[in-house]
Design a protein around this ligand. Structure first.
Ligand SMILES: [Mn+2]
Length: 341
């Protein structure tokens, strides 16, 4: 267990004493887990009397807009008057929520690293936690989500009675979205006991579920249909399927940020497919998302080796800095090399 008494004591020391300025940073292209973990942790820190700001480098997806506390998430990209940058610069404590590399923070990276006096606390479940740079790290690579780690921290520090309805909702959103609605790996009986507590604290499961999963734009649904029908390529030699979307295609379906969330998982439902890849064109690069099921394809290794990225065994991501055509051509080469045939 990563939550040792020694680390808890370090954390108690950081949280104790006079009120402090605390920045909670979420990763770029924030998902339900980084947002949920930050919101619940924020509520706890505020109750201890600290001044907090939750800051994400860019906007969270629209299907999280309904969340009770979502108004507490500041979007750094929209920080017109530099107020968030100032807060990060002056923060006594910086919490890094749900990411292991400070360079996942885009333009927040420079601001966060410039503050050399802040204590830094990592709360994360991604593989390959950083070796140094943090006062204390709560890195549990076997945890299904960062939100579940936050749950365990609050439980250890204050007991689960400290979790109110909004916090429970935030933690539930993080756990639900990072586990693919309770279907991926790392689903332990302890996790379900924690979820039971969250439900006792007032989480309305059908409401949360449909707020996240039945709240998409029509464009997203049509884009999904187009992508699967017209763009998906399968290769049963390797058990691989992949899809790609260009900027032009996304424009055609009135794409808004968050619309491609979860798309990469669909090909994995096909019999005989054990790895799925999605390539999405953005302004400066191509975003690569990789998923696998079972234990024989480690997409974390794949992402690290070929796409300057990483993640987990069954879910990882990276980037490609050449054109879409070249990226797909390279991908074929990588598959050959990786699978050795
Ligand atoms: Mn996560």
């Amino acid at each position: 267990m990563v939550i040792t008494e020694q680390k808890l004591d370090q954390l108690r020391e950081i949280l104790g004493g006079a009120p402090k300025k605390m920045a909670l940073l979420s990763h770029t292209n924030p998902d339900g887990d980084t947002i949920g973990a930050a919101l619940a942790w924020r509520a706890y820190l505020e109750r201890l009397g600290h001044t907090t700001r939750c800051i994400a480098p860019n906007r969270y997806p629209y299907f999280l807009e309904w969340m009770t506390d979502i108004g507490y998430i500041g979007v750094f990209k929209e920080d017109a008057d530099g107020e968030m940058a100032k807060f990060i610069g002056e923060a006594d404590v910086i919490f890094c929520m749900d990411f292991n590399q400070i360079n996942r923070l885009d333009r927040v990276t420079d601001t966060a690293t410039a503050n050399t006096t802040a204590q830094r606390v990592l709360i994360d479940h991604h593989l390959h936690p950083p070796v140094d740079g943090y006062t204390v790290q709560f890195s549990d690579t076997h945890s299904c989500s960062t939100s579940y780690i936050v749950y365990q921290l609050i439980e250890a520090l204050a007991g689960t009675d400290a979790i109110d309805q909004a916090m429970a909702e935030a933690l539930y959103v993080g756990i639900m979205t990072d586990t693919g609605n309770f279907s991926f790996s790392n689903l332990t009986s302890d996790l379900f006991r924690a979820v039971a507590v969250l439900i006792d604290r007032g989480v309305n499961v059908p409401y949360v579920n449909s707020s996240v999963y039945d709240n998409f734009s029509e464009g997203r649904m049509r884009l999904l249909g187009y992508m699967l029908n017209d763009k998906m390529v399968t290769d049963y030699r390797y058990g691989v399927a992949y899809v790609s979307l260009t900027e032009e295609e996304m424009r055609r379906f009135n794409f808004i940020q968050g619309d491609s969330e979860g798309f990469v998982n669909y090909p994995l439902s096909i019999r005989g497919i054990r790895m799925s890849a999605m390539f999405i064109q953005t302004k400066h690069s191509i975003r690569v998302s990789l998923r696998s099921r079972g234990s024989d394809v480690d997409v974390n290794v794949f992402a690290r080796r070929y796409f300057d990225g990483g993640g987990h065994r069954n879910a990882a991501g990276g980037k490609s800095y050449v054109s879409m055509d070249e990226t797909l051509k390279n991908f074929h080469t990588y598959l050959k090399e990786y699978f050795g045939a």
